[in-house]
Design a protein around this ligand. Structure first.
Ligand SMILES: [Zn+2]
Length: 285
């Protein structure tokens, strides 16, 4: 009966690929993800706290998240403006000190490798730690801003982190004495318009979205993979556990740590065997 067949086909659509018993493994999924990235090329990596946890940076949410131990109001804009010194003591300890101890991990390095080889067109990150750039990624859209720069609330002068003295609280502007605010997005602040616009434009142009370490719960960033999917992208997800994307948005779910799965994925994408001479060739044109 045609009706029965249609229902069955529709139910099977989410899987997108006919799987053999042998392929129905992480290894098979990894190979399929790699071949989609090779074929489609225009991959956008969308990363969240999960990738930086592996570098020792605590996430905000979840059982071990910062917000289980600290009241997040210290990065609420009004609170910060009322008591910059009080807020800054937490900001320095929880963000700047933690980030300064951190190094990019194998996951960040793998994403940068895919960009260098011409497969990743951009990274959209919800993280404020600058670890993608440290790993070598060049086109990085920081959806929630960054700790790498600060600006003066009075004269609006901009400063690189390394030129700011954080030994006295709050740090002040060398030219006017105003309070410095880090350039990450505080609660009750808007996402910078240019970053938001560019991120959703990248999502719309993506052939593949590689979701890494994001639970898909923080709006509006969480829409990035959804917008990409609606524009025709395949969604490959790497997370340690299922997320808000896994069931209805993700096409291929690679369960595991970014630092384990991404290097394997890069090996699959970049190490291709030439059909003519059997030599290993690099995938990038
Ligand atoms: Zn100033």
């Amino acid at each position: 009966m045609p009706g029965v067949q249609c229902t069955a086909l529709f139910a099977g659509r989410r899987t997108a690929y006919v799987q053999s018993a042998e392929e129905d493994t992480i290894g098979g999924d990894l190979k399929r993800a790699a071949s989609i990235i090779r074929e489609r090329r225009e991959t956008v990596a969308f990363t969240g706290a999960g990738i930086s946890v592996e570098s020792g940076i605590p996430p905000f949410r979840g059982p071990d998240g910062l917000w289980t131990k600290h009241d997040p109001s210290f990065i609420e804009l009004g609170h910060f403006l009322d008591d910059p010194a009080g807020s800054w003591i937490f900001i320095r300890e929880l963000f700047f000190d933690a980030i300064e101890r951190a190094e990019p991990n194998a996951g960040h390095i793998a994403v940068a490798e895919l960009e260098r080889a011409g497969f990743v067109r951009s990274v959209i990150t919800q993280n404020i730690d600058g670890l993608h750039q440290m790993a070598g990624s060049e086109k990085v859209l920081e959806f929630h801003g960054t700790t790498r720069t600060l600006h003066c609330l009075d004269c609006h002068a901009a400063y690189a982190r390394e030129n700011v003295d954080l030994s006295k609280m709050p740090p002040t502007c060398p030219s006017c004495g105003g309070v410095l605010k880090p350039d990450f997005v505080f609660f009750s602040e808007q996402i910078p318009e240019d970053v938001s616009r560019d991120s959703f434009a990248e999502a719309g142009a993506a052939g593949v979205v590689l979701v890494v370490g994001s639970t898909g719960e923080v709006m509006p960033a969480a829409y990035v993979p959804v917008v990409a999917k609606e524009a025709g992208a395949m969604v490959v997800e790497i997370n340690t556990s299922v997320s808000a994307y896994t069931r209805d948005v993700t096409d291929i779910f690679l369960q595991g740590k970014a630092g384990d799965v991404l290097p394997e994925l890069v090996r699959e994408v970049l190490g291709t065997v030439c059909e003519n001479c059997s030599g290993v060739s690099r995938g990038a044109a």
